[in-house]
Structure formats: C-alpha cells, structure tokens
Design a protein around this ligand. Structure first.
Ligand SMILES: [Zn+2]
Length: 225
C-alpha cells in the first residue's frame, strides 16, 4: 500500500489505518513511485488520480509498476454537478480533474477549474447537461443517483492510453465526442434503472423541473413516465 501523506497511522478521515498482512504501508507519491518496474500483478488506484497535479505521470507510473489494474475516480457527472453551482464551497475544489473513459483503454483528464466548471459543449449533450444542472440542486439530487453514475470505473491490462488535456475540448475540436456525451449517457442510464427506482421517484417529486429537460431533449426514460 502506498500513501502520500502518512499522518500517525490514520487515514484522511482520521480512522486508524488497517494494513492486512503481508502488505506493507509505504510513503510515496503516485507521480514517482518508489517501486521497481513490474513489481505487481495488479494495481488498485481508487479515488487518487483526481487529486494529483500531473495525472499523465501518475498513470505512466502505475503502468510501470504493474501489469494490470483498476482505476476509480468520481465521474464528470458528479464533479461538475457539485461544483457548477457550488463554486464557493471549498470542499468541491480538492479534485483537480474531470476523469472519463470515452473509449476502451483510453483515460482522459480535463482540468477542473473555476473557468472550466462553467463550460459546456454547445452540442445537444452539453446543453442537456447544463439545463439539467440548472433545473435542480445537484448537491441534493446526487443522493438520488446510483454510485455507478457517480464514478468513473476503468480496468486496464497490460497498458492504456492517457490523454491529459489542458482545457475542456468541445465537439468540433476534432474529437469523436466531448465529455458531455458520456455524462448524458450515464445520467439517462441511471434514470432507466429499475434498481432503486424509489430514488428516481424522489428526484421527480423534489425537482419536477428536471423532468422538463428530459422531455425537451426526447429522453423517454422511466424517470419521466
Ligand atoms: Zn459536445
């Protein structure tokens, strides 16, 4: 186990760290791991990469020390939703990146800054997401969404492509799609998911305006019917 900030054996929530035998806890920076190449069969990096300054370096290091792995971060749907209208709350600025995987074996990082948080692609997906966020209080609404929609989950073996960008790219920048396509898909899938449907009913009841956005964009989900 590697931890960047070892605070007297406690994790960042103040709980005692439990390191199962025979694992060892070492202090290190994921952007320059103090480990030999191919030391591990599997590298698990959950809720780490959204914090680093240089995600491309961190990903190269993860691939250097391992031969396969799992990466998890908050999804752009969650990151932008929370910070877009809550810009002044410091807790939304610990994370520096929108992390997503538009195609298999590709992991993209776009900067999450006070400027990019209010940028939406002019395409239909970007407009849908902006109007959805504008229709509700996302800090409340997020509790109606499933974890799957709120996280980016990425498996890799034996390597992957890292695309660390210096700005939000929009459709027309020569891309297959902007990040908003994946955000919209994740949201619509969530709203068609019968599992825990009672949460969707709560979303509909508390924020009725959000249904108007779904109707306007032709998203015929269980959520609005
Ligand atoms: Zn777009």
């Amino acid at each position: 186990m590697v931890d960047f900030d070892l605070k007297e054996g406690r994790d960042r929530h103040g709980r005692a760290l439990v390191v199962p035998e025979p694992a060892q806890l070492i202090a290190g920076d994921v952007q320059a791991l103090p480990l030999q190449a191919r030391s591990f069969d599997y590298v698990y990096a959950s809720h780490v990469l959204e914090h680093v300054d240089w995600p491309a370096d961190a990903c190269q290091e993860i691939m250097r020390v391992g031969t396969a792995g799992y990466i998890e971060t908050p999804s752009p749907l969650l990151e932008q939703g929370l910070a877009y209208l809550g810009k002044d709350l410091p807790e939304y600025w610990m994370h520096k990146w929108f992390v997503f995987s538009p195609t298999p074996a590709v992991l993209v990082f776009e900067p999450k800054t006070r400027a990019t948080i209010s940028e939406f692609c002019p395409c239909s997906d970007g407009r849908f997401m902006k109007e959805f966020y504008d229709s509700l209080d996302f800090s409340v609404a997020q509790h109606c969404l499933r974890r799957k929609a709120k996280t980016t989950i990425f498996f890799w073996k034996p390597s992957f492509v890292v695309d660390a960008r210096d700005r939000t790219l929009i459709c027309g920048d020569g891309l297959a799609a902007c990040r908003f396509r994946g955000m919209r898909r994740a949201l619509v899938e969530n709203c068609n998911d019968l599992w825990r449907a009672h949460r969707l009913l709560r979303l509909k009841r508390v924020f009725p305006n959000s249904q108007i956005v779904f109707r306007k964009y032709g998203e015929r989900t269980l959520f609005i019917h």
